[in-house]
Ligand binder design. Structure first.
Ligand code: FES
Ligand code: FES
Length: 155
């Protein structure tokens, strides 16, 4: 079986997998990083979103063979020890989740968005989160959390 060195959350991880294996399965099954969720498996729900070189990507669609030299970040690598990332804190402060299944993907896409645009207009936020499905319908609170994070956590 081929071996791959993947840079995940600042650490190099060596995994064995067929090259076409989706990153999502390597994260969840081999590395026990279960924050990225399996929803649709076809790029339509956003539950599996991770950051690749700072860009939000659907890990269910990314073959492990395409990730050489890329920096992968999952929700597990976002906080600094006990200190939540400001976007995580904003989601918590706005109670922007119910079951939490969509939350890691929503948060990582928000992190990617705010790294490009510190104070994005609502339309841009909607575009960035378009394709992220929240089956609990927490969308209004998710939008409020993104706006709170964009204001630096200030109400
Ligand atoms: S599981 Fe990847 S987009 Fe739905
Ligand atoms: S909080 Fe349940 S899917 Fe979004």
């Amino acid at each position: 079986m081929p071996q791959w060195n993947l840079e995940i959350n600042g650490k190099t991880e060596n995994v064995e997998a067929v090259g076409s294996t989706a990153l999502l399965w390597v994260l969840r099954e081999d590395l026990q990083l279960t924050g990225a969720k399996y929803g649709c498996g076809e790029g339509s729900c956003g539950a599996c979103t991770v950051l690749v070189d700072g860009k939000a990507e659907r890990s269910c669609l990314l073959p492990v063979s395409a990730l050489k030299g890329k920096k992968i970040q999952t929700i597990e690598g976002l906080s600094s020890g006990e200190q939540l990332h400001p976007v995580q804190q904003a989601f918590l402060d706005e109670e922007a989740f119910q079951c939490g299944f969509c939350t890691p993907g929503m948060i990582l896409s928000t992190v990617a968005l705010l790294s490009k645009s510190a104070r994005p207009p609502t339309e841009l936020v909607r575009q960035a989160l378009n394709g992220h499905v929240c089956r609990c319908g927490a969308y209004p609170r998710i939008l409020a959390a993104v706006e709170l994070a964009a204001r630096g956590g200030k109400r």
